[in-house]
Design a protein. Structure first.
Length: 654
């Protein structure tokens, strides 16, 4: 027999692991082929890799067209493996032939004797009560009495179960090597990120510390975010330090870019002295944890010209023909304050170890989530090795790839181990663009290994639609990010305070926090803080929003109205969103609903509960009318509540 195909698996060359979170059900499908009319049986075998535990098994069930399926649950974080073992099911093949002869009204005495031999052979493979039961089956089949009674014996369900339990696997075929699964904590798939510059949390005009940033944590937690993400916290170089708004010359007091890492005060394992001490950082992490906030740290594998490694390990950098070290550039952009590492140089092995140990250092300080700066500009083989070796010791660690690059390269980084990735959502604004892009993220095998993270803004990116938008624009972008992707993030407080000022001719913030300290008034009455809090509450309370699969777009007769829904795996929770994409004008129109996707029976009434306003509407048909005024609220986030009847014959909407 042949195992022709097995999945889930990551497409392409190599045996890269698919991704799941702890508690997920893994549905394995396989195509099994055999000679002639042989019937097949098999199991999915699964276990945690390198754990020494025995294989667990779950039987395969036939579906159609030679496809078989089985499901198991991954109940622990770490690396798992699974495979398929299949064999010719001689008992099922025997029953198939017996039924054919019965239908043709042909003699079956020899077939019954063959069945007796099969039952006797199965008894030899069994023990205890099962052996005795199978021996009895064999004896009754050898009895040349009434054929009809013996056929009934053969077809009994308990006999079939015994024969399957003790089937002959001596000629079984096993798919080798096993396929791998990376099982992460839930936060690898579902989380809300808030980016915060600690140095901008101090009193006006002064450099903030971790103690100052600690005071902001309740504000972030109150909005319902689950991750507070910090840009690099290391000493910043002075050579070629960038000034305000990325000027080539810094003035006295300009703090420089946190991504220009390293000075006489230390490198990637050290903390900028103006932020505080290592103990201050540990206290910040503990305070965040008490508020149920995870701390994510930015790791940028690059160095300022003042980094200690420049003098201690010059062999780790790229040198030009004149002997100077090559600074980073992406023509026409130049980054004179940054030196890239030479991942393929003669000393690559010691460099790789040193870079990996940066992660181990911060893991030791309590960090389990890393946002990695521009990983696509580094060695792909390095990332594969680095992430695999780190997760072998710390399987709970999560890596977010900040890789705004070509799609296939983004997907390759995911295959090589990155837990999730930035996306092109930031620039998808029209109805057709959004629909096409989200569908692309849920198509084929992509969800098996690529987890999207939607960001409306970043310190690097103030998109044009936010520059010229309204308050409604920010609400719409936050709603789309929070409901279309299980992971999303904002760069705050710039986002919730509606920061729109851009550098002339650039898609970048003016007075950019990357190059200067900012002071933010978190108490402003026009803040989007209540909206973000509500969106995060909705995400937390509705499991349908905690995975990207199953997103369905419903038709509307107005291109400024976008309608989409998602239903949980168990079908109990459905969320329907309607968004007005025009931040300046009221739009209204008809939605053509796919009731099956909403879990609603034809002809049934159902309630849609707007979780943003708490309004409720009773709908009865496939077509529904909506009207959204951006001056009031440009979105509906509906919980679909179906009509149910209680045991006391009382109807309500659940």
């Amino acid at each position: 027999m042949i195992i022709d195909w097995i999945g889930p698996r990551v497409p392409g060359l190599g045996n890269h692991p698919v991704k799941r979170v702890v508690g997920d059900r893994v549905t394995v499908e396989t195509d099994l082929l055999a000679d002639g009319h042989d019937q097949l049986a098999g199991v999915v075998r699964y276990r945690r890799r390198l754990s020494g535990e025995e294989w667990r098994e779950v039987p395969l069930e036939a579906t159609d067209n030679d496809r078989f399926r089985a499901t198991f649950v991954v109940d622990a974080i770490g690396s798992w493996e699974y495979t398929v073992r299949a064999w010719v099911d001689v008992w099922a093949s025997f029953l198939w032939g017996l039924r054919r002869k019965l239908e043709a009204k042909q003699g079956i005495e020899l077939e019954l004797q063959d069945g007796a031999l099969l039952a006797a052979a199965a008894a030899q493979r069994a023990a205890g009560q099962d052996r005795k039961a199978l021996e009895d089956v064999a004896a009754r089949l050898r009895d040349r009495g009434d054929p009809a009674r013996r056929v009934e014996e053969v077809l009994r369900a308990d006999v079939g179960s015994l024969m399957r339990a003790h089937s002959d696997r001596t000629t079984a075929t096993t798919h080798d090597p096993p396929l791998e699964i990376t099982v992460d904590p839930l936060i690898a798939r579902f989380g809300s990120w808030y980016e915060l510059f600690p140095r901008s949390t101090g009193p006006s005009g002064t450099h903030g510390t971790f103690k100052d940033a600690e005071a902001v944590l309740p504000y972030i937690a109150e909005m319902g975010f689950s991750i507070v993400y910090l840009p690099p916290i290391h000493p910043i170089g002075k050579t070629h330090r960038k000034g305000i708004d990325n000027r080539l010359t810094a003035s006295a007091g300009d703090p420089g870019s946190p991504w220009a890492i390293g000075s006489t005060e230390g490198g990637h394992r050290d903390i900028h002295p103006d932020l505080g001490t290592a103990e201050d950082f540990r206290r910040f992490v503990r305070a965040a944890r008490e508020l149920k906030l995870a701390v994510a740290l930015d790791i940028a594998l690059q160095a300022s010209p003042d980094h200690p490694w420049v003098t201690e390990h010059p062999e780790w950098f790229v040198h030009r023909a004149d002997g100077s070290i090559q600074f980073a550039e992406n023509p026409p952009k130049k980054y004179q304050d940054i030196y890239p590492f030479d991942f393929a140089g003669k000393s690559w092995e010691s460099l790789w170890l040193a870079l990996r140990d940066i992660f181990f250092h911060w893991i030791g300080e309590g960090i389990r989530i890393f946002r990695v700066d521009n990983p696509h500009t580094k060695s792909l083989r390095f990332w594969e090795w680095c992430i695999r070796t780190i997760k072998a010791r710390h399987p709970e660690v999560i890596f977010l790839a900040e890789a705004f690059t070509r799609p296939k390269l983004m997907y390759t980084l995911a295959k090589l181990g990155f837990s999730q990735s930035y996306t092109y959502f930031t620039w998808r604004t029209t109805k057709s663009e959004i629909v096409e892009y989200v569908r692309s993220l849920t198509a084929g095998d992509l969800p098996e290994f690529f987890r999207p993270n939607f960001w409306p803004n970043t310190p690097d990116i103030l998109p044009e639609h936010l520059q010229y938008g309204t308050r409604a624009t920010f609400i719409v972008r936050a709603t789309l990010a929070a409901t279309l992707s299980p992971s999303y993030g904002i760069y705050g407080p710039a986002f919730e305070l509606g920061e729109r000022a851009a550098r002339e001719g650039a898609e970048e913030y003016a007075s950019n926090e990357k190059y200067q300290l900012r002071t933010w008034d978190l108490s402003r009455p026009d803040s989007l803080r209540p909206v973000l809090r509500r969106l995060n509450e909705i995400r937390r309370d509705n499991v349908a929003l905690q995975r990207v699969e199953g997103t369905f777009f419903h038709s509307t007769d107005n291109d400024q109205l976008l309608a989409y829904s998602r239903t949980s795996e168990d079908g109990a929770n459905t969320v329907l969103c309607v968004v007005n994409l025009d931040p300046h004008h009221r739009h209204q129109g008809w939605i053509s609903l796919d009731l099956k996707r909403l879990g609603v029976a034809e002809g049934s009434s159902f309630q849609v509960h707007d979780l943003m306003s708490d309004a409720r509407f009773l709908w009865r048909e496939r077509r529904a009318f909506v009207s959204l005024d951006p001056a009031v609220m440009p979105v509906h986030v509906f919980r679909v509540r179906r009509r149910v009847r209680s045991e006391h014959n009382f109807e309500y909407y659940l």
